[in-house]
Each structure stands twice: as structure tokens, then as C-alpha cells.
Design a protein. Structure first.
Length: 163
């Protein structure tokens, strides 16, 4: 007998809307990044983000990676959304960050938001060009936290109709 997890059996809701997100970019890769640039988008195995100027959004991007605050990570997990995994990452503050954010700026506590789902099918997905695509449910959950500098556009999956 084969057991199915409920999220594998989920029917795709034809009325579900999807959104392309362009999150805040608060810095660049740090020295401890481990990435394979022989493929595009690059494949990252160790994510190190060096913050230069963080405006406070809780969903962040450093192409082709995404990060969320630990508080938002907990919320995403509690919401039982599909298409993502959370992993540890390294976060450091650059000299410039303290100049721009103040000497008492605190290093944000972040988790690596690894996108494992398919765009237009799961709550979190990534296009071939590594753009983040989320469902209405995911966007609603993301919006319960700070998301002021994220560009949000509607997204339509490419037509795959076949007879």
C-alpha cells in the first residue's frame, strides 16, 4: 500500500493567482560563499550574505538566493506552505553597513529560503531565470511581516495545454 502525503495530492486551483517577487537586496555574497558559476543561475552550496544596507524587509534576495528572517521562517513553516526548505546561512555586516545603518545596527537573524517547488504549482517556485514566484497563500503569509521594498507583479505560468 502506498501512502501519499496530503500536499502531494493537492489539486491545482485554477483560480489561484501567482505573483513574481523581486525582494529587497540588502547586500552581496560574503567571502565564505560557495557557488558553482559553471551553471546559470549559479548553484550555491554555502550561502554567506554580507549586509551593506538593510531597509528592514523580512524577505531578501542575493541572486540567485533568498533569505527570510527567523520570525518569518517560523510563520512560513506554521502556514504549511509548499515548495520551500529552510537552511542555515551566514550573515555578516560590512563596514559600510554600520556607516549607513548606524554603529548600533544589529546583524539580522536570517534563514536561507531554498526554493524547491515549481512556479504556478507550489506555494513557492522559481522560474528558469531564478525569479521567485509565489501563490496568493504564500504572499498573504509574507505580507504579515515587513515587505515594503519588494516589487510584486502578477505572474502567469507559460501555457502547457496539450490535447
Amino acid at each position: 500500500m502506498v501512502a501519499f502525503h496530503h500536499h502531494q495530492m493537492k489539486k491545482v486551483d485554477a483560480h489561484m493567482m501567482y505573483h513574481l517577487l523581486k525582494p529587497e537586496v540588502p547586500g552581496e555574497f560574503g567571502d565564505n560563499i560557495d557557488l558553482d558559476t559553471s551553471v546559470h543561475p549559479p548553484r550555491v552550496s554555502v550561502f554567506h550574505l554580507s549586509i551593506t544596507d538593510w531597509l528592514g524587509d523580512e524577505l531578501l534576495e542575493s541572486f540567485p538566493c533568498f533569505a527570510v528572517t527567523t520570525a518569518l521562517a517560523d510563520k512560513l513553516t506554521d502556514a504549511e506552505l509548499t515548495g520551500f526548505a529552510l537552511a542555515d546561512m551566514e550573515v555578516t555586516m560590512s563596514e559600510e553597513a554600520y556607516e549607513l545603518m548606524g554603529d548600533d545596527a544589529e546583524t539580522p537573524q536570517l534563514k536561507w529560503l531554498q526554493i524547491t517547488g515549481r512556479p504556478g504549482h507550489d506555494d513557492f517556485g522559481q522560474t528558469a531565470k531564478a525569479h521567485l514566484v509565489v501563490s496568493d497563500r504564500a504572499l498573504e503569509t509574507l505580507r504579515t511581516h515587513t515587505l515594503e521594498h519588494c516589487v510584486i507583479q502578477s505572474w502567469e505560468p507559460p501555457s502547457t495545454e496539450s490535447v
